[in-house]
Structure formats: structure tokens, C-alpha cells
Design a protein around this ligand. Structure first.
Ligand code: GDP
Ligand code: MG
Length: 142
């Protein structure tokens, strides 16, 4: 298995309930190292561009409104099979279907407000990482 990087976002509902530490702890406990992080409050333009693939879908406007409703915590996670591993510990997109013990099962408030984002492929991870960290990500040396 290859060492990969993936882009993770702790969404506004999880930031609002002070779950940043708990969620970052789950990444570290799963062997995913935090190699970059920043907190920001996205503009409507930024959120629409980040979710451009979903433009035109019925949930798009609600998703963008939610993502700009408060600050988000964005991080790059690195580890073996990081994209799939992160998706696994996040749980299903619809929190009603998320397995017990997953981040979404524990911190989601609704289908839209489902606590976290995670890249769905290594290719998309590279694009999403460059979106939030255009200056690049420095490697972990220890
Ligand atoms: P993800 O990769 O698991 O985050 O899911 P998607 O890429 O398919 O969708 C992006 C985000 O849009 C999800 O995390 C949800 O916040 C929201 N979303 C996706 N599908 C639906 C839906 O059917 N209904 C609602 N209300 N929100 C959705
Ligand atoms: Mg997705």
C-alpha cells in the first residue's frame, strides 16, 4: 500500500460543537498524520468552487450556505491508503447510514451537516490539497 495524502475538512457544525480536537484525535489514532492545517471562513465563491462538481444538484445551495455558515478546519492527512482510510473512519455520507463509531455517526447533525469532508480519490485529493494549500505542504521529518 502506498503512502498517500488526502484533504479533510471539519465542517462548520462540528467546529461549532467544539469537536475539532476529538476529530483530529481520531485521525491520529487511525495512523493518519496531520501534515498541514488551517482554519478559515470560506467565501461563497470559494465554497462554490470547491464543490463545483455538485453544481446543479438539489442539495448544492443548502450545502454552500452551510459551508459558509461558520469557520472550517482544513487539514492534509498523510498515511498508508490515506484516502480510503479517512473515508472509512468518516462513515457514510448520509449519517443515518454511517456505521457506529464513525465520525459522522458521532458528530453529524443531518445529511447536509455531516461533520467532515474527505477526498474521494488520490487524484481529487491532489486538486483539493492545492485548492487550500497552494504554497505546498512540507513533509513530516519525524
Ligand atoms: P461526501 O464525499 O461523502 O462528502 O459526499 P458527496 O461528495 O456526495 O457530497 C458532498 C456533500 O454534500 C456531502 O458531504 C453532504 O454534506 C452533501 N450531500 C450529498 N448528498 C446529499 C443529499 O442527498 N442530501 C443532502 N441534504 N446533502 C447531501
Ligand atoms: Mg465527495
Amino acid at each position: 500500500m502506498a503512502i498517500e495524502r488526502t484533504l479533510s475538512i471539519i465542517k462548520p457544525n462540528a467546529v461549532a460543537k467544539d469537536a475539532i480536537g476529538a476529530i483530529l484525535g481520531r485521525f491520529e489514532a487511525a495512523g493518519l498524520k496531520i501534515v498541514a492545517a488551517r482554519m478559515l471562513h470560506m467565501s461563497r465563491e470559494q465554497a462554490s468552487a470547491f464543490y463545483a462538481i455538485h453544481q446543479g444538484k438539489p442539495f448544492f445551495d443548502e450545502l454552500v450556505d452551510f459551508m459558509i455558515s461558520g469557520p472550517v478546519m482544513v487539514q492534509v492527512l498523510e498515511g498508508e491508503d490515506a484516502v480510503a482510510k479517512n473515508r472509512e473512519i468518516m462513515g457514510a455520507t448520509n449519517p443515518a447510514q454511517a456505521a457506529p463509531g464513525t465520525i459522522r455517526a458521532d458528530f453529524a447533525d443531518s445529511f447536509t451537516e455531516n461533520a467532515v469532508h474527505g477526498s474521494d480519490s488520490p487524484e481529487n485529493a491532489a486538486v483539493e490539497i492545492a485548492f487550500f494549500f497552494p504554497e505546498g505542504v512540507c513533509p513530516r521529518t519525524r
